[in-house]
Structure formats: structure tokens, C-alpha cells
Design a protein around this ligand. Structure first.
Ligand code: ADP
Ligand code: MG
Length: 326
């Protein structure tokens, strides 16, 4: 789409003034400062129409979420956002859609202090494709890497799990829609809040961390493989979203353990850090739950109240089993 309209479109919707010390939209590259003693944390996530969002999704929610899922990666690394870029492919120029999309994006960009400094805009007849890249900074050797969990670490999770999955399944028609539950669960799916401030506080305090995008078990599995260890989780300690109360127990368990798209943080830390973690969580008003412990071996077990492993259910469990864990 090399046409005047492309330049108009960038000028109209995506040229926000860059903060002092940065060069933003308009040149061949953006220029960003890097603080002394810090490393740059960079992550990209792509959203494809039909695969990651419905074609008729509210464009303002889409703009917000395209940035939110990327910021969540910075949070999981313990990094502070510095700037982002946006590569956008659209089938046609629809001003109402672009206006709402850019406003949704900008809302979170402002809240998270992550200015848009560049990108690319193209036409794609097949549908909307969005790729956002975020850049953040984290103190050297303080980043929360997936390979840093240690045997004996506590395993923690922020927030409550399962509501985004519930909303998704209802919107997809895989579960009968229940208006009250959907209304309660939908904001978590559409406007997840990345745990940026808490993630930054964890840097240098916790060992390994990640954000839950594909389900607790599957994502925790990434930490365990990278760190070459196993885990015992206590099911009753895993914080379930209240909106799941009263659902069929197997379904509820599956949504807690395998439900994706929630963007809470799962992290490991030495038991010596318990009080510090609790105090930080209180200070920032972030719910945290200690759900298990890192153990030797490579098995991820979910234990019931009597310490018996729970049987495997459907869904995300299977992904995990396919990766070689009983
Ligand atoms: P180039 O030809 O160098 O790739 P473009 O014409 O694609 O430049 O873009 C012009 C300027 O607008 C660049 O600074 C680019 O980073 C920025 N830009 C293009 N698309 C977007 C977008 N969707 N969001 C933010 N900035 C954009
Ligand atoms: Mg370009």
C-alpha cells in the first residue's frame, strides 16, 4: 500500500508525539535511550483475524489487547516499558475502525507509559494482522528468565484464573452462554491488565517468571523444562475466578489449569522471599497465591487435598502430556 493514503493514515492515527529523549514516528528508525546498567528487553506478539480474535471484535478492545499481550511479556521479564512499534495489515481503509483501534491502543500506551514510536502499515485482503513489538528495560542480571527456577522454590501466581477462558468458550459457542457469567468474565478476555508494576518489583526478588497465555500447566511447563526441574501444585491453593463457582467440577478444573489468555504472572521464588512478596503484593494491591513448590525430576503433578495426584482432564492437560510428562 504505497500511496498517499498510507501516509495520511499514519499521520492521522499513529503519529503521536514522542517523549523527550526519543525519536518517534517519521524517520527510518526510531531512536531510544538505554539507561546505564540496564538491558533492553524486546518482545513481539502477532494477532491474526480469525485465529486470535473474531472479525467483528470491538476495534477499541482489539487495539488495547494487541498492546496488552505484549506488555504482559515485559511484565513477566520484570522490565519497565520504554516504547513500542505497531505493524498493521488491513484489508481496506475503514476510518471508524482505525479511529477506534488507535484509541484503544493509545489508552493503554498512555497508562503504561509505552509510547508508539514506529511501525509499518500494509494492505492484506485476507484480513487484519497486527504485530506489536515492545521494548523495555531491566537492570542487568535482574530479568526473570524461564531457566532460573530452583528446586525448593515456591511457585506463585497473581490474580484469579479461568475467567478469560470461560468468556472465550461462551463467545465461541463451545459453552452455553449465560448472560451474567459472560458479563463478569468478558472484561478479563477483552481488556487484560498486564501486571507491569508487580513484575518490575519481582525483578531481583523472584527467580523465574512468565505470563499465562496458554494455560497454567502448559506455561509452567516451559519454566520447568527450561530450568530442568519438576513441580508439585496443590489444586486447592490455585486461585479460581469466582465466576467459575457452581460450574461442573471437571470443567472448572480444566479452565483453571488449562485456560489461556488471562495474562496473570506465574513465578518462582525462594521461600525466604515470602514476606517480601506478600508485602509487595499488598502495596500494589495485586492478589498473589502460593500454589506449589519446585521439585527434582521433570514431573508436574497437581495434588488434591490428600496429596494424591489429580487425574488428567481434557484440554491443556493433553498438550502437557504430549510434551512427555505423566
Ligand atoms: P519506511 O518506508 O521507511 O518503512 P513507512 O513509510 O513505512 O517508512 O513509515 C513511515 C513512518 O511511519 C516510519 O517512521 C514508521 O515507523 C511509521 N509508521 C508506519 N506505520 C506505522 C504504524 N502503524 N504505527 C506507527 N508508526 C508507523
Ligand atoms: Mg515501512
Amino acid at each position: 500500500m504505497r500511496s498517499d493514503s498510507e501516509f495520511d493514515l499514519i499521520a492521522r492515527y499513529f503519529s503521536w508525539p514522542a517523549p523527550a529523549g526519543m525519536l518517534g514516528v517519521g524517520d527510518d528508525c526510531a531512536l531510544l535511550p538505554v539507561s546505564h546498567g540496564f538491558q533492553m528487553a524486546v518482545s513481539s506478539d502477532m494477532l491474526v483475524e480469525g485465529q486470535h480474535f473474531f472479525a467483528d471484535v470491538d476495534p477499541a478492545d482489539l487495539g488495547y489487547k494487541a498492546l496488552a499481550v505484549n506488555l504482559s511479556d515485559l511484565a513477566a521479564m520484570g522490565a519497565r516499558p520504554v516504547a513500542c512499534t505497531l505493524a498493521l495489515s488491513i484489508p481496506r481503509i475503514d476510518h471508524d475502525w482505525l479511529k477506534a483501534f488507535s484509541e484503544g491502543f493509545q489508552t493503554l500506551s498512555r497508562q503504561a507509559q509505552c509510547p508508539l514510536v514506529g511501525g509499518d502499515t500494509t494492505r492484506n485482503p485476507a484480513g487484519v494482522v497486527i504485530s506489536v513489538t515492545v521494548m523495555g528495560e531491566v537492570r542487568r542480571n535482574h530479568a526473570l528468565r524461564r531457566d532460573a527456577a530452583k528446586v525448593g522454590d515456591d511457585i506463585w501466581v497473581t490474580g484469579h484464573l479461568g475467567s478469560a477462558e470461560l468468556a472465550l468458550r461462551m463467545l465461541q459457542g463451545r459453552l452455553p452462554a449465560d448472560a451474567a457469567r459472560l458479563a463478569a468474565a468478558r472484561p478479563v478476555l477483552e481488556r487484560p491488565w498486564p501486571r507491569l508494576r508487580f513484575g518490575q518489583r519481582l525483578a531481583g526478588m523472584a527467580h523465574a517468571a512468565l505470563d499465562i497465555s496458554d494455560g497454567l500447566l502448559q506455561d509452567l511447563g516451559h519454566i520447568l523444562r527450561a530450568s530442568q526441574c519438576g513441580a508439585d501444585l496443590t489444586f486447592d491453593r490455585i486461585p479460581a475466578a469466582p465466576v467459575l463457582d457452581g460450574l461442573d467440577e471437571a470443567l472448572r478444573r480444566d479452565m483453571i489449569l488449562a485456560g489461556g489468555d488471562c495474562y496473570e504472572l506465574c513465578f518462582t521464588a525462594s521461600p525466604k522471599r515470602r514476606e517480601q512478596i506478600q508485602a509487595t503484593a499488598r502495596l500494589l494491591d495485586v492478589p498473589v497465591s502460593r500454589i506449589g513448590v519446585v521439585v527434582r525430576g521433570d514431573a508436574l503433578r497437581v495434588l488434591d487435598a490428600d496429596d494424591n495426584p489429580l487425574p488428567h482432564g481434557p484440554g491443556g492437560y493433553d498438550h502437557f502430556r504430549a510434551a512427555g510428562t505423566p
